[in-house]
Design a protein around this ligand. Structure first.
Ligand code: SAM
Length: 185
């Protein structure tokens, strides 16, 4: 089944659990979305809302200033969709939205994914293709000054001799947070 999470084509109390991954921050009205998730949950069923990077990740160890500039550029890139509240702000307001939807007992659980060189193929592909080439690729160029873009290319382009992923001392830390609740009986 595929459709709008704010208007789920299912009867009340259909599901044992609802999993919403890195999506609640896209809803214009996250409180209404959480109410919709609760509608289709059976009493006692579990609601799991996952949001990545409620805390910022570390992908460029040793280059905090450049990483901050890239994070700022990402906020600017997403601004047309996010509007006045950035995705980062929306992600951090997940607990607030769940409380506003009537859930009083919500657990916040944050996990860290850590990887270090030598990287396995899947990790290397994710970092190179998703983080560096897509998220921090040409779409951010207009939001960075020339110096930052050049430094990003030296560190993130796999053809660069100084690429971070070639280094034996590379590591990264990626946080994700689960907001867990149970539909009251
Ligand atoms: C960052 S992606 C996360 C995708 C996937 N859940 C994951 O964890 O990799 C955000 C997703 O939210 C979806 N989305 C945005 N608004 C939605 C809505 N109203 N109902 C359902 N999905 C929505 C988008 O289509 C997109 O696939």
């Amino acid at each position: 089944m595929q459709g709008d999470g704010a208007a789920i084509a299912a009867a009340d109390t259909t599901f044992d659990w609802v999993w919403c991954a890195d999506t609640l921050h896209h809803f214009d009205d996250p409180v209404a979305a959480v109410r919709e998730f609760l509608r289709v949950l059976r009493p006692g069923g579990g609601l799991y809302v996952k949001e990545s990077q409620v805390l910022p990740a570390l992908f460029l160890p040793g280059y905090p200033e450049l990483e901050r500039q890239l994070q700022r550029a990402e906020v600017q890139f997403h601004q047309p969709e996010a509007g006045p509240r950035s995705f980062q702000e929306r992600r951090q307001r997940t607990l607030e939205a769940m409380h506003a939807a009537g859930l009083t007992a919500v657990q916040v659980r944050t996990y860290l994914v850590q990887r270090q060189a030598p990287l396995d193929a899947a990790t290397r592909a994710y970092l190179q293709e998703v983080v560096f080439a897509r998220n921090w690729g040409p779409r951010l160029r207009g939001f960075l000054d020339a110096e930052a873009w050049a430094q990003r290319t030296v560190l993130c382009d796999p053809a660069s001799p100084q690429a971070l992923l070639h280094r034996p001392d590379y590591y990264c830390i990626y946080p994700f947070t689960l907001f867990v609740a149970t539909r009251p009986r």
